[in-house]
Ligand binder design. Structure first.
Ligand SMILES: O=C(O)c1ccc[n+]([C@@H]2O[C@H](COP(=O)([O-])O)[C@@H](O)[C@H]2O)c1
Ligand SMILES: Cc1cc2nc[nH]c2cc1C
Length: 352
């Protein structure tokens, strides 16, 4: 269903020599340099060798919301109703992601992938796969047919964004109970006990954390899915929003759009995407290290170093949103900084 091309990196050495000739000590812009190279490599796949300015013209952030059957079993501080209430808040521009998107220039879309009760608002896109998933410690969260429908929805949405000119994409999520799904996915893939993958989510107390760990361990023991059976892992533990984020990541990489990966839940979707097609990682920009325990281990699984560490654990795509100015700075220094020759500065690397 997905076919992601790896980056050819055809012009990478030319991009590096240009960056290394700019008026700075070698490597002194740190991760901004590797970020610039990654985006240049991706954009040159589409446009060939790049003429300046290289820019992000149309960044889109898609927030996928869905409800979770397991949320009825005491794993979160909030009831499932809060998912729909927050979706209304997104529609009214009142959430953190609305504020950051407006401030930073993201085009924001909110997608109902299956909250308990649909919301009648033209600002919410309907790609519903049901009225919440099944409680996954008892039975699979969804069938394969429903999961595949989620991939179809996600692919169509990303193609639409691509046709509108989207040249950077980020995903966010909203779903009470979805850290339970993400932890189960992490444990199944990394073969870790629940105590290592389960954290406090929205901020549960110690007793609730213990209960959440037990419930997820019970689910892992009940289903016992081999780590190779990645689609079974997704259908069994996933949320509707996680499925659609996973499909959207693969579809964006197929279209050679750089993807900003948000926190714990989005990274779980990214793990599945990578196991479906390993080439997808070429397109991932890891935004931040979430405050959710387990996220740093997920990032290690990708051998990834995120751009930010702000102890954020909100979701909604907020960590990803904050990276847009960093990506723009990476391209701005590439476009505009003078070379040693242009600025008459001795090249400390080649002249000493
Ligand atoms: O993105 C993260 O790293 C993150 C970490 C913890 C919680 N969240 C958000 O909190 C909600 C899930 O938390 P919980 O406790 O209900 O599983 C969901 O709406 C997520 O967006 C998000
Ligand atoms: C209020 C609230 C807002 C959120 N945004 C993302 N997850 C959330 C969870 C809660 C509880």
């Amino acid at each position: 269903m997905f076919n992601v091309q790896p980056l050819s990196k055809q012009f990478e050495s030319e991009f590096w020599s240009e960056i290394n000739n700019k008026t700075k000590p070698l490597g002194a812009l740190g991760q901004l340099e590797t970020l610039a190279i990654q985006v240049l490599n991706i954009q040159s796949e589409i446009h060939g060798k790049l003429i300046k300015p290289v820019q992000i013209n149309y960044p889109h952030l898609l927030v996928f919301a869905g409800d979770h059957g397991i949320a009825d079993y005491g794993v979160s501080i909030a009831p499932s109703a809060v998912t729909g209430q927050m979706v209304n808040n997104f529609a009214a521009n009142g959430a953190a992601i609305n504020v950051f998107s407006k401030q930073l220039g993201w085009q924001l879309d909110v997608i109902d992938t299956g909250i308990l009760q649909p919301i009648n608002s033209i600002s919410i896109r309907r790609q519903r796969l049901g009225c919440g998933t099944k409680p996954f410690h008892i039975e699979p969260a969804m069938s394969h047919t429903i999961m595949e429908q989620g991939f179809v929805f996600a692919k169509a949405l990303v193609h639409e964004k691509f046709n509108e000119g989207c040249d950077l994409i980020a995903f966010g999520e909203m779903g009470i109970g979805n850290t339970s799904s993400a932890s189960a996915i992490m444990s199944a893939i990394m073969e870790l006990p629940a105590v290592e993958s389960v954290g406090s989510g929205t901020g549960i107390d110690q007793a609730t954390l213990l209960k959440k760990q037990q419930l997820i361990q019970q689910a892992l023991d009940h289903h016992r899915i081999p780590k190779e059976n990645v689609l079974d892992i997704l259908a069994t533990y996933g949320g509707f929003e996680i499925v659609q984020i996973c499909g959207a990541m693969l579809a964006a990489a197929e279209r050679k759009i750089p993807i900003v990966v948000d926190g714990f839940i989005c990274t779980a979707a990214a793990m599945i995407a990578k196991l479906i097609d390993p080439n997808v990682q070429d397109y991932f920009i890891f935004a931040h290290s979430s405050g959710e325990q387990g996220h740093d281990k997920m990032l290690q699984w990708f051998d990834a170093k995120p751009l930010l560490n702000l102890d954020m654990r909100l979701g909604e795509g907020t960590g990803a949103a904050l990276c847009l100015p960093l990506i723009q700075s990476a391209l701005a220094f590439y476009n505009e900084m003078a070379s040693f020759e242009q600025a008459n500065v001795v090249n400390v690397v080649s002249d000493i």
